[in-house]
Design a protein around this ligand. Structure first.
Ligand code: PLP
Ligand code: CA
Length: 302
């Protein structure tokens, strides 16, 4: 790609940015909360944006919860967010299958946690797999063969703390033995921040296992792919240049906004530091950066 974005500018006039867009898409972890802790000043900032008539949308690559489960999390944190405003990559997987009219008599094999199962169920799809799958020991006796359901027409892979070899083999059989079987990834985050003590292997590690065994590229429905952005723009009839994507990660959030032709704001309240942003090896430059979203309230143009 020959387009080189110019260096990000510090956000100096939030009111100008706010006036120039009709929708804010907020990434969740690192922007709204960190793990289970609300980031300072978030409720007041969201209230202010709503009072100005802005549409607020929340997008997360974390597929372990459904939008309903996220709705509860927002509520627990004291945030007034409707589940219809939440777009997790678990929901995106089900929405994608709906968008292609995935047949209801076919099944989805899931490598992932509860969020994906809940969204598939709500969308009326048949599924198997999930976190509990494959606890059985595989006995490699002569002639041993693992059976798989021939009605599986899609394998969905997301972050799975119960990942195991059985699941890799099962998903691999579904994909390799049926060239028409879809391989869908909720996200490909290399690392994630389950605790603040270290980085943890992210959803991309589970996706990578299946990529290695099938030699097929997955279709990604989460950030930074364009599926979710197109879905949102279509659902709410928004012009993408009227959207500002706010996130803490360059390779998922900011790229997601840029791939969609939106304005982009990086916040430094999550995983990206100012030195990472300004590292000469980093080519992803948002339009603006600031410390946290509550700077919308405290920064005033000189
Ligand atoms: N995937 C997992 C498993 C996570 O735990 C997280 C963050 O906590 C993410 C992805 C990234 O989430 P987000 O897109 O909200 O930053
Ligand atoms: Ca994030």
């Amino acid at each position: 790609n020959s387009i080189v974005s110019s260096a990000a500018k510090p956000l100096q006039d939030p009111d100008k940015l706010i006036d120039s867009v009709e929708t804010f898409i907020f990434d969740c972890d690192g922007v709204i909360w960190k793990g289970d802790k609300l980031i300072d000043g978030v409720p007041e900032t969201l209230d202010m944006l709503r009072s100005k008539g802005k549409r607020l949308v929340f997008v997360t690559n974390n597929s372990t919860k459904s939008r309903k489960q996220y709705g509860k999390k927002f509520e627990t944190l004291g945030l007034n967010v409707n589940e219809e405003e939440i777009f997790a990559s678990s929901f995106a997987a089900a929405a994608y299958l709906k968008s292609i009219n995935f047949p209801k008599d076919k099944k989805v094999y899931v490598i992932g946690e509860d969020g994906i199962l809940k969204e598939l169920e709500l969308a009326g799809f048949q599924y198997l797999g999930g976190p509990e799958d494959g606890g059985k020991k595989i006995e490699l006796k002569p002639g041993f063969l693992m059976e798989h359901d021939k009605d599986v027409g899609a394998v969905v892979v997301g972050f799975d703390r119960y990942f195991n070899y059985y699941k890799v083999q099962y998903g691999t059989l579904c994909i390799r033995e049926n060239p028409g079987c879809l391989f869908i990834a909720t996200n490909r985050d290399a690392v994630t921040h389950l605790t603040d003590a270290q980085e943890w292997a992210g959803g991309g590690s589970m996706v990578g296992a299946l990529l290695g065994s099938t030699q097929r590229e997955p279709l990604v429905v989460g950030k930074p792919s364009t599926f979710m952005m197109d879905y949102l723009a279509n659902k709410f009839s928004i012009t993408k240049s009227q959207i500002c994507m706010v996130g803490d990660r360059l390779d998922t959030d900011i790229l997601f906004g840029q791939n969609g032709g939106c304005k982009t704001l990086l916040v430094l309240s999550g995983v990206t530091s100012l030195s990472m942003l300004q590292n000469p090896n980093n080519s992803i430059q948002p339009d603006f950066y600031t410390n946290k979203i509550s700077d919308f309230l405290s920064l005033k143009a000189a």
